[in-house]
Design a protein around this ligand. Structure first.
Ligand code: HEC
Ligand code: HEC
Length: 247
């Protein structure tokens, strides 16, 4: 999949290192401060390709997981949320914890370099100006009953009506899909869409009718309830390192 893309020499080299099993992926401690190459340890491109590209895509898009390079996403999310999510992962999903105290392999400095690098490379100032976007995180509890109606109005056209076969964009109301994504990831996807997969953002699910914050909160409450049975699946280390599909 990576080979099919026009990869730069640097990217190719990074991929080869990855395939050869570089120390970072196998959990060896980083060279850190003692001797050597602080500059390369803190390079955003290198940190990103070694730790994130497998799931979030080589260029921050077209991966199985959220397209971090989407300027809408960068405008919506705070530095603190980026830092927290990278450090501690997202429980109940395949997003691993990268901070050393949380069992990961990255130093606080490296995590900071990732946050700054994403901002520098992928933010686009003004992308949300005049847009009145929904808040990144839910502000209150949602009403699942109203959420089901929201699904019918904004999602069913592409993902299929409740109780009917999935639509052309595949099933979202699907236990095995829902059991692997957090409520926040559902909210994030509904707000920013998947421009890399032609999934619309909150403004264009129903053209001319941008979704309101509360509608998204209600919708996610309903989707969350469709996981059913209170079973929580803890992803295995194997699934984590494979970095496969998240749906
Ligand atoms: C094994 C796959 C995998 C790897 C590796 C991975 N991620 Fe993720 N990431 C995910 C998944 C899946 C989600 C959505 C999790 C959820 O359900 O909330 C996610 C979510 C996120 C989010 C939060 C998205 C939101 O909703 O705001 C951020 C930020 C993020 N990842 C950054 C990174 C960075 C930076 C790296 C590399 C240091 C990385 N991820 C590595 C799979 C991965
Ligand atoms: C105009 C069509 C359209 C509408 C309306 C739409 N989607 Fe999608 N959605 C897509 C497409 C296309 C994809 C990508 C499918 C693929 O390639 O896997 C997608 C993917 C998704 C995914 C999976 C994202 C991922 O990371 O794999 C989720 C979750 C999702 N949509 C939720 C929703 C919800 C909830 C709504 C209603 C608010 C909605 N969608 C409305 C077209 C649509």
């Amino acid at each position: 999949m990576i080979a099919a893309r026009p990869a730069s020499a640097i990217l190719l080299a990074a991929t080869v290192m990855l395939l050869m099993g570089c120390g970072r992926m196998s959990g060896r401690p980083t060279p850190g401060g003692e001797s050597g190459q602080p500059a390369s340890v803190l390079s955003f491109a290198q940190l990103y390709s070694q730790n994130c590209a497998g799931c979030h895509g080589a260029e921050g898009r077209d991966g199985a997981a959220i397209p971090l390079a989407d300027p809408l996403y960068q405008a919506l999310v705070s530095d603190e949320t980026l830092r927290q999510t990278i450090s501690n992962g997202q429980k109940g999903s395949r997003m691993p914890a990268f901070a050393q105290p949380a069992g990961g392999t990255l130093t606080a400095e490296e995590i900071e370099a990732l946050v700054r690098g994403m901002r520098h490379s992928w933010s686009k100032p003004g992308v949300l100006s005049g847009q009145n976007p929904p808040a990144y995180a839910a502000q209150k509890n949602g009403d699942p009953q109203r959420g089901e109606q929201v699904y019918g109005a904004y999602c069913a056209s592409c993902h299929g009506a409740v109780g009917q076969p999935p639509g052309k964009a595949g099933a979202v109301v699907d236990r095995s899909f829902l059991s692997l994504v957090s409520d926040q990831a559902l909210r994030t996807i509904v707000i920013i869409g998947r421009p890399d997969l032609d999934a619309p953002d909150w403004r264009n699910n129903l053209p001319g009718h941008p979704m309101a914050d509360q509608q998204i909160t209600d919708l996610v409450a309903w989707l969350s309830a469709q996981r059913g049975g209170g079973e929580t699946r803890t992803p295995s280390r194997r699934t984590l390192t494979e970095g496969g599909e998240n749906r």
